[in-house]
Write a protein that binds this ligand. Structure first.
Ligand code: SF4
Length: 224
């Protein structure tokens, strides 16, 4: 592993390896929703909000169940809060998330004619929507180049030494400097899959990692 290698070149090598190595891994929940529902921006936004601080294996079935009942802001607003909380109670923070879902639907109807906006600024103006969600919606629903930095992207990019950052926002800015725009959308699903299967948060599987020869394992105290 040569840390002196140009970071842009290292990033390209890493992406190339991950494209092959992740091919048979399950897609992240939001990508599955995007594929199943023809990139419907509203459903992608709702599935992003439900997946915050919750494992995909829990949030995906709940999203799919909810979408059987509601596929538009109007339909979701009609579901009483108590019923909505019961439907999504397995996801973390379900009280708050139920409130957020209703508030987002109301805001979409009031300010955006019931449609999900396609600029980062407008998305960030919605209740409960931060940069991670806004960028994921831009990328998955609208194909707009954006780097969604979740816990996997932040942690693995630091372990790999591609960035040296403390916060997801710093990671996003640093990655924008070393990744060409053509790679921004794919970077999140590649690293999410890697983080779910190999570079897991605690004790990553370095001994069977396809990136091992490129990785300085920064901050990794224990590995398998
Ligand atoms: S070598 Fe270890 S720390 Fe580096 S990417 Fe692979 S699993 Fe993660």
């Amino acid at each position: 592993m040569k840390l002196s290698d140009n970071q842009q070149d290292r990033a390209q090598k890493i992406i190339k390896i991950l494209r092959k190595a992740t091919i048979s891994m399950t897609d992240p929940a939001v990508s599955q929703v995007a594929r199943a529902f023809g990139k419907d921006p509203f459903l992608i936004l709702i599935s992003c909000l439900l997946s915050l601080r919750t494992k995909d294996t829990i949030s995906l079935p709940i999203s799919l169940k909810l979408f059987q009942l509601a596929k538009t802001p109007q339909e979701l607003l009609v579901i009483p809060r108590i019923k909505l909380e019961k439907m999504i109670h397995s996801v973390g923070f379900y009280h708050q998330k139920a409130r957020t879902l209703h508030a987002v639907c109301a805001a979409l109807l009031e300010r955006f004619d019931g449609k999900v906006p396609y600029t980062q600024a407008a998305l960030l103006s919605l209740p409960g929507v931060g940069r991670k969600t806004a960028n994921l919606v831009l990328a998955e629903a609208f194909g707009v180049p954006a780097i969604c930095v979740d816990t996997h992207v932040h942690s693995i990019s630091n372990r790999l030494g591609l960035v040296k950052t403390k916060t997801p926002e710093q990671t996003e800015m640093a990655l924008q400097k070393i990744l060409p725009k053509k790679n921004w959308i794919e970077y999140n699903p590649l690293l999410v899959k890697w983080g779910q299967h190999i570079c897991v948060p605690v004790s990553p599987f370095c001994s069977r990692c396809a990136l091992a020869s490129l990785c300085p394992r920064i901050g990794v105290k224990k590995s398998r």
